[in-house]
Design a protein around this ligand. Structure first.
Ligand code: SF4
Ligand code: SF4
Length: 146
């Protein structure tokens, strides 16, 4: 009897945990939609994250990432680059323009579940080339056979 009660309590804890996670995820998505809608920006990714290594950032001498960001997710405050994560669409423009390798890391998840991570312009360009090659191959496969 005691064992059954313990099992019940644990599964309820798990349910509550997942409910809380789902609710906060729903609220986060709603907040993002509200922030991004006025910008007319389309979201291509299921989710993602961005990390800036402030120890190696050239900051005040640079700010290239801030200029490159299409959503103004990056901004300068109290002597460092900061990010409003809810505005980031994981496009990679900041990584592409950053003068320091591995200073900005972007991780993003495509709708098909594929996760991409990059932190240098080279990695970003290689990834983009791979995606373009895949799209070209797909288009070629769809052409009528003669
Ligand atoms: S990934 Fe794109 S949207 Fe996100 S901070 Fe960098 S430039 Fe801005
Ligand atoms: S582009 Fe890179 S080095 Fe320059 S401010 Fe942004 S994060 Fe720092």
């Amino acid at each position: 009897m005691k064992g059954k009660l313990e099992a019940y309590d644990k599964s309820r804890d798990v349910d509550i945990f997942y409910m809380l996670v789902e609710t906060s995820e729903r609220e986060r998505k709603k907040r993002r939609e509200e922030l991004l809608a006025p910008l007319g920006v389309k979201e291509f990714f299921e989710g993602g994250d961005i990390f800036i290594d402030k120890r190696i950032c050239h900051g005040v001498e640079c700010k290239l990432c801030i200029k490159a960001c299409p959503t103004n997710a990056l901004f300068w405050s109290s002597g460092e680059v900061r990010v409003t994560k809810d505005l980031c669409i994981y496009c990679g423009a900041c990584v592409l323009s950053c003068m320091v390798d591995h200073c900005i890391t972007v991780k993003r998840k495509r709708k098909n579940g594929v996760v991409e991570t990059f932190s240098t312009p080279r990695e970003f360009i290689i990834l983009q080339e791979r995606i373009n090659a895949y799209k070209r191959r797909k288009r070629a496969e769809e052409l009528p056979k003669t």
